[in-house]
Write a protein that binds this ligand. Structure first.
Ligand code: GLV
Ligand code: GLV
Length: 320
């Protein structure tokens, strides 16, 4: 008897076949709609492996329902959607997809930085709205990226990949992280600073830490007030790290210049979210890792983690 696997979102057949060769696979059939919780609570009952997305909340109750479950393979590097402690208690392995999405997510982080600094979206809308009457001296003036100071909250793989890009733009690099990284400081000529300084000095503040309740609203009213009026906030990590109400206030009152957001406190972001009404916000629908190659690699890695665990070779990238 082949082990059973449930996949919570429609994946390319190439990936599904990889698992079907060795497992009995059942898959939620829709590409754009997450599996309802009650369906997943039923499906998880008799599977050995679960391949899930960051849109599924895999909490203690869900894990308890998975009586035969050996592995939860998240198709994301972040795994704050999974109760890892509950999984560990029941001997269930949890895996994520680090490494394969690093450069793609760094590309998008830098794209958001460029787009906010040079007001790309606003400028494009300016043409489309018929506002372009003439070239003019101070039209849509933005901020320089080249030679500016960039500060990172977090210095993991993705942040390091953004540093490489920033160095190509001759940027001055500061970072704040739980642990200091002397090797990277030397390699990239960058400086470790306290969070206060990290907020005060840079022209760009990039958030690249994993989400956990400890960092919920790490960036709130007080922190935003420390940033320069010309500073831009970029968040490609998780929405919950920033207090969106405070961010809206800061952007509206222009105590900071702009924000580039790929993540939100509630996703999908509601059209009622006032951040979407601001011209100085570039908002994206959580597409950090979304290149064709990378999304395939993430799905492949998640599938290989499942095969590894169910066939006794162990996981490739476990988090517990
Ligand atoms: C996406 O946000 C991920 O964690 O991979
Ligand atoms: C993710 O891969 C990170 O460590 O930043």
């Amino acid at each position: 008897m082949k082990p059973k696997v449930y996949i919570t979102r429609k994946l390319p057949s190439k990936i599904v076949q990889r698992l079907e060769n060795v497992c009995e696979v059942k898959m939620w059939a829709e590409e754009d709609v997450p599996v309802p919780r009650e369906v997943l609570l039923r499906e998880i009952r008799d599977v050995d492996g679960l391949l899930c997305m960051l849109t599924e909340t895999i909490d203690e109750e869900m894990i308890r329902y998975g009586q035969n479950l050996h592995i939860i393979a998240n198709m994301a590097v972040g795994y704050n959607n999974i109760d890892v402690i509950a999984a560990t208690k029941r001997g269930v392995i949890v895996t994520n997809t680090p490494g394969v999405l690093t450069e793609t997510t760094a590309d998008l982080t830098f794209a958001l930085l460029m787009a906010t600094a040079r007001r790309i979206v606003e400028a494009s809308e300016y043409i489309q709205n018929g506002q372009w009457k003439s070239w003019s001296p101070m039209q849509l003036v933005g901020q320089d990226v080249y030679g500016a100071t960039i500060g990172f909250i977090g210095m993991g793989r993705i942040a390091e990949a953004v540093v490489k890009r920033a160095k190509g733009f001759d940027m001055n690099v500061l970072y704040y992280n739980r642990s200091q990284k002397p090797d990277l400081e030397q390699k990239y000529n960058m400086q470790f600073v306290e969070l206060k300084t990290l907020l005060k000095e840079p022209d760009f503040v990039c958030i690249l830490i994993p989400y956990s309740p400890d960092v919920h609203h790490l960036i709130g009213e007080r922190e935003l007030a420390l940033m320069k009026e010309s500073a831009i906030l970029i968040n490609t990590a998780r929405g919950g790290i920033v207090d969106e109400k405070a961010l809206f206030e800061a952007l509206q009152r222009k105590t900071i210049l702009a924000a580039g957001l790929d993540v939100f406190e509630e996703e999908p972001v509601s059209l009622e979210n006032p951040l979407l009404t601001l011209p100085n916000v570039v908002a994206l629908p959580h597409i950090g890792s979304s290149s064709e190659k990378t999304r395939l690699r993430m799905a492949e890695l998640a599938a290989d983690n499942i095969k590894g665990v169910l066939y006794g070779n162990g996981p490739l990238t476990s988090v517990n």
